[in-house]
Design a protein around this ligand. Structure first.
Ligand code: ZN
Length: 419
């Protein structure tokens, strides 16, 4: 149903200044008009009118790094029996949508169940976010593969790496995820240590490119980061020790390699002193959090494109609280507007979906959120369910606040409650 939202301030996700007294018109699944109210002409259209009472409208947020198979378990143990895991993935996906995260990029699923969940959402069986999926996390032989059975695909050597990529593509992956260094959330993992050799990294990137798939590279240590950037990855996940080589930062800026810093998880763990988080997880986060923030600041100042990724699903990092990552990026040095763009226009670019997603402009997909409070005054309000009024995906309202009454024509078949 075509609709027009008025009496609102538009923040379109491109980085342009907000437009007060704006109108946004939706025709089918697409944005038909977004701009000044004075420029809007309803040329005989049949638009349902919705008054937003001075609210703030933004593109639906895009989280470029989530794990739908995790629910924030303190010890990072995601395991559940198959049926329960599929429902856990669906439930977590819906928590994202109801929080205004209309698109998630999952960088490590579980036994391919996330592809089934996506099919069910696409068929319209369930409400859920747009999902960009990596399938399994491709790793060398290491302890993480036992800790995250279901998430990892172990591959040693060039031939195995190529085969692992082909498997993810076969299952329907949109992006290939590789772990080029050790992990923080694996007990014996040394985040600084390089795992894959250069020939394996290059083989993965080349194989992914052959199928037109971007590569998301998990990397903390600078040697692994350097090898990944030189091999041609699309996004660098975490990038904790990036600050150690300004030359690599320059190369990322030149090549347009995105940094997805994932700061929220570290803060959630560090700020929860009396939690059930094991000591080894607490200590490793305390050791690396300052470095991660420093690396983000240097990359940002050097012009490296930044995309928002919360790593939700990891310990105490809950689905639905994703948008706090935007605030943490600001705390590390981004301007408020640039932090917001990292979660909208820039995140869409990192996914390679920016020709049709991520900003509110005529012709793009109508994924949007409306907030009561101005997020540019306090970015934490982006994660405040009291401020979030409604969530639209594909031109239909898919999540609504208890307090807001909307014409039923603009509502999707299934509407989640924002709470
Ligand atoms: Zn992750």
């Amino acid at each position: 149903m075509d609709s027009v939202f008025f009496n609102l301030t538009l923040i379109d996700g491109s980085g342009r200044d907000p437009i007060a007294d704006a109108v946004i018109a939706i025709r089918g699944e697409k944005v038909h008009y977004a701009g000044l109210a004075s420029g809007w002409r309803d040329a005989g259209g049949n638009f349902i009118q919705v008054d937003l009472h001075g609210g703030y409208v933004l593109p639906g947020l895009i989280d470029a790094h989530v794990h739908l198979s995790g629910s924030g378990e303190a010890d990072s143990q995601f395991y559940a029996p198959t049926g329960q895991m599929a429902l856990k993935i669906l439930s977590n996906a819906q928590k994202n949508l109801a929080a205004g995260i209309t698109t998630v990029r999952d960088l490590g699923g579980w036994s391919e169940l996330e592809f089934d969940v996506r099919r069910s959402i696409q068929r319209g069986d369930f409400a859920g976010p747009r999902m960009c999926l990596a399938g399994r996390f491709i790793s060398i032989t290491e302890a993480g593969a036992d800790y995250y059975a279901g998430m990892y695909r172990v591959a040693d050597g060039v031939d195995e790496v190529r085969k692992a990529v082909r498997e993810q593509v076969k299952h329907g992956a949109d992006v290939i995820k590789m772990g080029v260094t050790g992990a923080v959330l694996v007990e014996s993992g040394a985040p600084g240590v390089t795992h894959f050799n250069s020939d394996e990294i290059q083989a993965l990137v080349d194989e992914a490119k052959k199928f037109g798939k971007p590569v998301a590279m998990h990397a903390h240590g600078i040697d692994g980061i350097r090898k990944a950037v030189e091999a041609g990855v699309t996004t660098l996940e975490h990038g904790t020790y990036l600050y150690r080589d300004p030359g690599v930062i320059r190369l990322m800026a030149q090549r347009g390699v995105f940094l997805v810093p994932t700061l929220k998880v570290g803060w959630d763990i560090i700020l929860a002193e009396k939690s059930n988080v094991p000591d080894w997880i607490m200590q490793k986060n305390k050791d690396s959090q300052g470095d991660a923030a420093k690396s983000l600041k240097m990359a940002y100042e050097a012009g490296v494109p930044i995309a928002m990724g919360s790593d939700v699903g990891t310990p105490l990092n809950y689905h639905g609280e994703n948008a706090l990552e935007v605030y943490w990026m600001e705390q590390a040095g981004l301007s408020k507007m640039d932090a917001l763009v990292a979660a909208t226009g820039n995140a869409a670019k990192a996914l390679g979906w920016d020709s049709w997603l991520g900003t509110l402009e005529a012709g793009k997909v109508a994924d949007l959120i409306a907030h009561e409070r101005n997020p540019l005054e306090d970015l934490r309000s982006l994660a405040d369910k009291e401020s979030l009024r409604l969530v639209m995906k594909d031109g239909e309202v898919v999540a609504n606040h208890a307090g807001s009454v909307l014409p039923k024509e603009v509502l999707a078949k299934q509407v989640l409650m924002i709470r």
